[in-house]
Structures are given as structure tokens and as C-alpha cells.
Design a protein around this ligand. Structure first.
Ligand code: SF4
Length: 897
């Protein structure tokens, strides 16, 4: 790239072609004030405060939109520049209300700061106020357009970053201002309350509503969002021991200035008065507060007793996909070294273990292959079994940007009309649980049309011939009969995918939470290999993760069959390495997955359990069965932040801190390891999970040499090949700890470092077992469950975040018009949904989003939990319970009261 040298304020500075004067000034340490500029947005030159003088031509230029040119002579502080900037700011102030003293923006107002720095005092201009009504009733955002300076940051954030299209200018001339379509309140617009615009607004025109602590922050700490697997960087603003605001971190290369509603407003749970603040011991069915020493002594005694009486495999541990890497590493160490069992699993078993099998056996690593930014360079994006706009909003934003801004083609595979539907070039609606037929069918059509990437297949893969042979049955007629999709549509999708230079696959729980989930993930890996979309710069597989550290919990070996770094428990060499490190033999037999633990608790084989940060009673299928299993244990200890239906069954409850009260790291769905940093001190007597495990191990006679998460991290780096090269710094704000992406060879990262099975990607044949027709056994409908933007998991943290909780969906059941008509159900009627295990009542929504014979409802809403409707059926390969759909009956029981 050409280097361009210019003179700025009398000194020569050089930049690259395409840089603006403002870019180069900032890079050179020269401050130019701006109000409309943001590094993540396209520059528009709206505020003109960044004026600089071109001394050669004698003209004033908006530095944010003017590219540098060889030989320019720029003065950023000439008297003419200063005078013009001051006039512009004075004009803005002339139409700005004098409400600084009561404005929530306070000292964070850029207009006020810039005016002060320019020495603007009393205005000589006549004030022309712009009165504006504040109409919103939503709990998140308040708009006061009397304070708007027309910088258009909110409009650009909406259109460029999150691509919602909720905001644009209305009116013209002096009355022009950003607003929604038809000037509707935000809650009646497309707005998803992500908060990106609020974080970017330079004045008090957009402010956060109903903050639990309306006080000014003393400091800001960069850390990682504790909700979904995207791993957005957030900046927690803190006063005393309260988190008072959460905004997107300026240092995060994951979210690049954007955020979603949970990242912005989900932090309320941290300082909730309902937090558990002291250990509790159950005595005659009542919980009593006890000291940490007493609680840990009881836990140590009971776990030791169970181990001595019934053997180490009578104990089981459930780690958490919400806890840090260091905590999960310690937990698996505790299970293997202190207890002596491999009975350790984590919450991601419920939604992403199919990737362990499907991707692990094909490409050698059970996770996402490329960085998120590569999606935006893909020509074709296949989204299957996922609605990222609600489950992984940052991925949703990236897909929408790819379609709208880069002309990517979106192939959407979902029986229900997902929120991405308006962006889709093709929408395929397979019958439930037939994804594997669709994907194998696409593969067959690609092979038949000779559209495979022959060079990639020849050089990088093995077992292709067996795979090709296995596709024989997927004729157009068979595909159409099984999936219900016209073969010509499948063919169109297949050829689009194969003909793209770079194509990406994004899959989610809709794929993995079925009995055949592992086969479908394997089929997706085959499709990517067939078309050469593994290891390419911008094509790859994106395995969405529900929780913030689902990837890390698995990487750390909180799994019954893997040691840290997916080193198999049956591998003698791997065990030996850890035995040398830990100084004790590692148990040799694979342990139990979580559903197996619960089954064995029910039948009395597992006697004691230690559950950390999970709520299986509400979050697992068949709540009744889970409750019975846990109640049947001799001893249950649960570590959590809040009282939940699971903690209520415990003999001892250990109060854990939130993510905001501890140091450590999370690994996001891309495989990016990021710092989690302590922003406040632990609430009450709660302790970080790592400290609890260390103290408990000491009680059980196993002194641990770790005294901090940093030390645990050092051992992780030494023992987990994937994490070598990470750095741990609790000082550096928002430091990205490790890009597993080799920046010199983006897209190739670990995949071509000798980690393929047999040194190659391996085509693996898959089988398809048709699902039993629900109509044949009296349950005429298939209920599909999902999530909404305002809820998360089993809902514990959201229910303690009052603003999100207000917007959290009340239960509803979607039914299509023809089915509703046949059953006499009208929009809003109460209906009873009955499965083989339970029944519940919910209002119905009659819509076109679901096909005939299918119902849809959110998994965990304010009013009911659909988990109870599910029986426990496992994917035989991943042992993931089928938790996406189940057979039900529906009946109208009356008008909604
Ligand atoms: Fe948090 Fe996920 Fe939202 Fe990012 S997209 S702010 S990680 S919930």
C-alpha cells in the first residue's frame, strides 16, 4: 500500500493511502475534536467540528471525510479553524436546552466537554430551543430530541452496525431529527433496544432508562459479556460496589462498537438484592446460614463419606458453561484428582455436544473454524437450525451486514419463519429432524453436477469414495419425500453454495438438539469439505454456542471423556502427561454425561453430586424426573448466585460471585480467549467459584498450589496445546488474550497444524433414521421451542434483571391459521399443550410463521417453562437430549383472562 506523507502542524507525518486526515492525526497523537465520528461507523462529516485548514489551498476541510494526499500542509489549530469550530459549537448550544445539571449524560456529554475545552461561556446567540416530547414507555431507552445535535450516530449505528432499520431522519430543515417510521414510540418500531445508539450518542438525546443506580461512575472496567457465546467486550462502569452501566468496550474486536439488549441492560442481576450472600446448610428441611468453614467442612465430610462408602464413581460433578476457563479447569481437576472420577460434565451438553462428535471426527477440532469477521466476506451463508438474531445477536448483525452491505446470498434453513427471513435469498422449510437428508441431498447434487472442489478433496481429505457411495440413496425424489422441499429448490441452494468462492455455514441448537444432531453436524462438515470451505480465508463453519464459556468449559476438559484440550481419557500418553503434572493417577474409564448422572442418581448408583452454576431442574428436559433424581441423592451441594429450584434441593448451598466480581477468561464461540476482569468486590460473603473449589480441595486434604486465576491460567497454557501462546493480564483493559487466529494466515489457524484425524479432514458417512410420526400416536402436533431476545437459558439471571424481565416474553404458542381454524382457536385464546410428560397452559398466537402441524413457543418465559414437556431421549453419539421439539396435543380451553 502506498505511503503518503503530509505536513501537519509543522511536522511531517506519514500514513497509508485511504486514511483520512483525522485518522492520521489520531495516529500521530494530534487531537481533533469530533461529535459525529466513531471508528466503527462510516464517516459522514455531519458536525463539522473536526475542521482543519489546508494551508496550501487556504480552505477549511472536514478532516473525518477528507483523505490524505501527498504534500498536503494541514493546520489543525489555526486561529481560523478555532474560530469556526467555536461558532459551530455555539450554534449547537443555541438550540440545546440548559438542562446540564439534571441531564443523566452529565460529565459524559461530548458537547458539553468540547464547549468547555473551547472556553465557551455565556452564549451571545439567541436561544432557539427545540421542545420535544418524551413518549417512550419501554424500560431501556429514553429519547429527548431537544438535545439532538443531528450527528446521525444513532441512525448509522442502527443501519450500519445492527442493520435493524428502526431509525432514520424524519422531517426536513430545522425540524429534521432522527426517529422511527411514522415517529412511533421505540417499542412499536423495529428497535431491539440493543443500546448501541445510546452508547454512541454524544449528548443526552439518548439515555439509558430506569438504571438501578442513577449515580456517576468512578471507573470503568473492560470485561466480557456473561450471556451468549458471542463474547462481546463490555465496559462496566462502577461506583462504589455497584455496577451502574454497561456499554460496548471500545477495545473489543469482537463486537466493534455494537452490543445487544442483554449486554446493555442485563447487568442488573449483579447487584440484585436476591443474591445469595452466605453459605446455607439444610437442617430439617430449613436452610440455615453458616460460616464458610462450617459449610465446606460439611461438604468435604459428605463427599469423602460417599467416596469411601460407595467408591469415587458414586460421585458426579456438573461444571458450568457460564464459569471461567480457570474455574472449569479446577473443577475437572477436582473431579479427577480429589474425587478420583471422570464423572464431570458441563451445561453445554444440552446444546452443543453434537459438535464434539460431528466436527471433532471430521475436521479434528469441535468448534468454529473462522473468526466472526469472515462471515462478512462470504459470498453465500447457509444458516441452519439457528436464529442468530435472538440467540447470538452479534452473529445476526454480521450476517445482516454481509447481505445488505456486501451482497452475500443468505440460504435460510428453518421450518419456522425466523427473524432473518427478510434477508434471505432462499428459505428452505424442511420437515422437522430431516436436516441430514437436506444436507446430504445438497452434497449429492453438488457431486453429480461436478461442482466439488476437486483439489481440496484430493489434497486435504480422505474417505471421499466411501462418502460418495453413501450419498447414493439421496435421489431428488427421496429428498423431496423426506424433507418436503421441492428438489429443484434444494438443487438451487446446493449449486449456489458450491459455486461460491467463499461459503459459510452457521448452525445452532435447531441442529444439535435433535436425536440425529451429531449426524447433521457431520453432514455439514462433509458439505464444507466437499466445497473446499474449510481453511479458506472467508469460508468456514460457525458453531453457535449458547453460553458465554461453552467452548471454554469443553476446551478445559469439563467433559467425561476428555482431559483438557480434548486429549482423550483413554489415551495412555495423555493421561501420563497429566499424571506427571498433577502427581496423582488419572482415572481411566470415561465418566458419565450429565443425563447419565441424573439417571444414575435416580436409580441410586450416583450418591452425591456437586453442581456449579447450573439449574438442571428448570433447564433440563423433564423437570419432574430431574427433581426426583436430585432428591434421591444422599448429598447434593450446589454453587450458585441465586436461589433456584435446583439449589432448593441441595443439602448445602455455596454462594458464588458473578462474572463482575472475579478475574479469569472466557473463550467465545470463535475460540477467542478473552479476559474477564473483576469490576467490584464480591457481594456479601460470596466467593469466586475458583476460590470455593480451591478451599474445598484443601478441606479434603488436597492443598492446591494455585492462589489466583492467573496461576491456573499458567498451567492451562502449559497443559492445553490450544491455549499455548495466551497471555494473562489483569491489568490491561480489554486486552484480547489470545487470538487463536494466526493473523498472518487468517482462516488456516489450528486446522492445518497437523490436528486432523490421520492428518487429513475426513469424510464421514452419516445415517438418517426417520422420526416417528407424532400423528400416529395421538399427539398430532410437533412443538418446537426456541428463545427470544429478552430471555436467556432457564431465565435465572434475566428474572433478577428487572428491565429485561419486564420485556421478557410472556408465554405464547404460535399456531398456523388453518390448524387454529380447525381447532376453533382464535388469537389470544388460552390453549392447553399436553405432551407425554406434562401439560401447560398458554395464550395462542395465530400466525403464518409456523407450518401446518407445528407449534412454537419460547422455552423459558415469565409464566411457564416448556422444559417440563420433554421426555429424555438422547442423541446416541453426543448424549445430548433431544430438546428442540416434542410431540404434543393442543386444545382450546377458553379466552385469555
Ligand atoms: Fe452479550 Fe451475546 Fe449480546 Fe454480545 S450478543 S452483548 S455476548 S448477549
Amino acid at each position: 500500500m502506498d505511503t503518503i506523507t503530509i505536513t501537519m502542524n509543522g511536522r511531517e507525518v506519514s500514513g497509508q493511502q485511504g486514511m483520512t486526515i483525522l485518522d492520521l492525526a489520531r495516529e500521530s497523537g494530534i487531537d481533533i475534536p469530533t461529535l459525529c465520528h466513531d471508528p466503527w461507523l462510516q464517516p459522514v462529516g455531519a458536525c463539522r467540528i473536526c475542521l482543519v485548514e489546508d494551508e496550501r489551498r487556504g480552505v477549511l476541510l472536514a478532516s473525518c471525510v477528507t483523505p490524505i494526499m501527498q504534500g498536503m500542509v494541514i493546520n489543525t489549530e489555526s486561529p481560523r479553524v478555532q474560530e469556526r469550530r467555536k461558532t459551530i459549537v455555539e450554534l449547537m448550544l443555541a438550540s440545546h436546552p440548559d438542562s446540564c445539571l439534571v441531564c443523566d449524560k452529565g460529565n459524559r456529554c461530548s458537547l458539553r466537554r468540547i464547549a468547555s475545552e473551547m472556553g465557551i461561556g455565556l452564549l451571545s446567540l439567541q436561544k432557539i430551543p427545540q421542545p420535544a416530547e418524551i413518549k417512550e414507555v419501554n424500560p431501556f431507552i429514553e429519547r429527548d430530541m431537544s438535545k439532538c445535535i443531528l450527528c446521525a450516530k444513532c441512525i448509522r449505528a442502527d443501519q450500519e452496525l445492527v442493520v435493524e432499520g428502526a431509525l432514520d431522519y424524519i422531517h426536513r430543515g430545522f425540524t429534521a431529527r432522527p426517529s422511527t417510521f411514522a415517529d412511533a414510540p421505540l417499542e412499536k418500531s423495529e428497535c431491539t433496544f440493543c443500546g448501541t445508539c445510546v452508547a454512541l450518542c454524544p449528548t443526552g438525546a439518548l439515555i439509558e432508562k430506569d438504571r438501578p443506580h442513577r449515580i456517576t461512575a468512578q471507573k470503568a472496567v473492560d470485561t466480557v459479556c456473561p450471556f451468549c457465546g458471542c463474547g462481546c467486550g463490555i465496559s462496566l462502569e462502577v461506583r462504589g460496589n455497584h455496577v451502574v452501566r454497561s456499554i460496548p468496550s471500545q477495545n473489543s474486536s469482537v463486537n466493534k462498537g455494537a452490543i445487544c439488549v442483554k449486554g446493555s441492560y442485563g447487568y442488573d442481576f449483579i447487584n440484585s438484592p436476591e443474591r445469595l450472600t452466605t453459605p446455607l446448610l439444610k437442617v430439617e428441611d430449613e436452610f440455615q446460614e453458616v460460616s464458610w468453614d462450617a459449610a465446606l467442612a460439611t461438604v468435604a465430610y459428605e463427599l469423602t463419606k460417599a467416596k469411601e462408602n460407595s467408591g469415587p464413581n458414586s460421585l458426579a460433578l456438573l461444571g458450568s458453561s457460564k464459569c471461567t476457563n480457570e474455574e472449569n479447569y479446577l473443577l475437572q481437576w477436582f473431579a479427577r484428582m480429589v474425587i478420583g472420577t471422570n464423572n464431570i460434565d458441563n451445561g453445554s451438553r444440552l446444546y452443543s455436544s453434537a459438535g464434539l462428535v460431528g466436527l471433532g471426527s471430521s475436521i479434528g477440532f469441535p468448534g468454529t473454524t473462522n473468526p466472526l469477521c469472515d462471515i462478512e466476506q462470504s459470498e453465500v451463508i447457509l444458516v441452519i437450525g439457528a436464529d442468530p438474531t435472538t440467540s447470538a445477536p452479534l452473529v445476526g448483525y454480521a450476517i445482516k451486514r454481509a447481505v445488505r452491505q456486501k451482497n452475500a446470498k443468505l440460504l435460510l434453513v428453518d421450518p419456522r419463519q425466523a427473524k432473518l427471513y427478510p434477508f434471505a435469498h432462499q428459505w428452505l422449510r424442511p420437515k422437522l429432524a430431516t436436516d441430514v437428508v437436506l444436507i446430504n441431498g445438497m452434497a449429492k447434487m453438488i457431486v453429480d453436477k461436478c461442482l466439488i472442489d476437486q483439489e481440496h478433496v484430493d489434497r486435504r481429505t480422505d474417505n471421499f469414495e466411501a462418502f460418495r457411495e453413501s450419498l447414493r440413496q439421496y435421489t431428488p425424489e427421496y429428498i423431496e419425500a423426506e424433507t418436503g422441499i421441492p428438489a429443484s429448490d434444494v438443487q438451487q441452494a446446493a449449486w449456489s453454495f458450491a459455486e461460491a468462492t467463499q461459503a459459510s455455514i452457521v448452525y445452532g441448537n435447531g441442529v444439535t438438539q435433535h436425536i440425529g444432531g451429531s449426524s447433521t453436524v457431520t453432514a455439514l462438515a462433509n458439505l464444507a469439505m466437499l466445497t473446499g470451505n474449510i481453511g479458506r480465508r472467508h469460508g468456514g463453519i460457525y458453531a453457535l454456542q449458547r453460553d458465554c464459556n461453552a467452548q471454554g468449559a469443553c476446551d478445559m476438559g469439563a467433559l467425561p471423556n476428555f482431559l483438557p484440550g480434548y486429549q482423550t481419557i483413554t489415551d495412555d500418553q495423555a493421561r501420563k502427561r497429566f499424571e506427571e503434572l498433577w502427581g496423582t493417577p488419572v482415572p481411566t474409564n470415561p465418566g458419565l454425561t450429565v443425563v447419565e448422572m441424573l439417571n444414575q442418581a435416580k436409580d441410586g448408583t450416583v450418591k452425591a453430586m456437586y453442581i456449579v452454576g447450573e439449574n438442571p431442574v428448570e433447564g433440563f428436559p423433564n423437570s419432574t424426573l430431574v427433581r426426583e433424581a436430585l432428591a434421591n441423592l444422599d448429598f447434593l451441594v450446589v454453587q450458585d448466585m441465586f436461589m433456584t429450584p435446583t439449589t432448593k434441593l441441595a443439602n448445602v448451598i455455596l454462594p458464588a460471585t458473578s462474572f463482575a466480581e472475579k478475574d479469569g477468561s472466557f473463550t467465545n464461540f470463535e475460540g477467542r480467549v478473552q479476559n474477564v476482569r473483576k469490576a467490584i468486590e464480591p457481594i456479601g460473603n460470596s466467593l469466586p467459584d475458583s476460590e470455593i473449589v480451591i478451599r474445598l480441595a484443601a478441606q479434603m486434604g488436597h492443598a492446591i498450589r494455585f492462589s489466583s486465576p492467573q496461576q491456573v491460567n499458567e498451567e492451562i497454557k502449559a497443559s492445553v496445546p490450544l491455549y499455548q501462546g495466551t497471555t494473562y493480564s489483569s491489568e490491561a483493559i480489554g486486552q484480547i488474550q489470545q487470538d487463536r487466529f494466526d493473523s498472518s494466515k487468517i482462516g488456516t489457524r489450528r486446522l492445518y497444524k497437523g490436528q486432523f484425524p490421520n492428518g487429513f479432514e475426513r469424510f464421514t458417512t452419516t445415517c438418517y433414521t426417520p422420526q416417528e410420526q407424532s400423528s400416529q400416536n395421538g399427539y398430532a402436533f410437533e412443538l418446537v421451542v426456541g428463545t427470544t431476545l429478552y430471555q436467556f437459558g432457564s431465565g435465572v439471571r434475566i428474572s433478577k434483571s428487572p428491565r429485561l424481565n419486564r420485556f421478557r416474553a410472556h408465554s405464547f404458542v404460535e399456531i398456523c391459521k388453518s390448524d387454529a381454524q380447525q381447532l376453533g382457536i382464535e388469537d389470544g385464546d388460552d390453549v392447553r399443550i399436553t405432551s407425554r410428560t406434562d401439560s401447560l397452559v398458554s395464550p395462542a398466537i395465530v400466525s403464518d410463521t409456523v407450518p401446518q402441524g407445528m407449534l412454537y413457543m419460547p422455552m423459558a418465559s415469565n409464566s411457564c417453562n416448556a422444559a417440563s414437556l420433554f421426555s429424555v431421549q438422547l442423541d446416541p453419539q453426543s448424549k445430548t437430549p433431544s430438546f428442540k421439539s416434542c410431540a404434543v396435543k393442543i386444545e382450546r380451553i377458553g379466552s385469555h383472562g
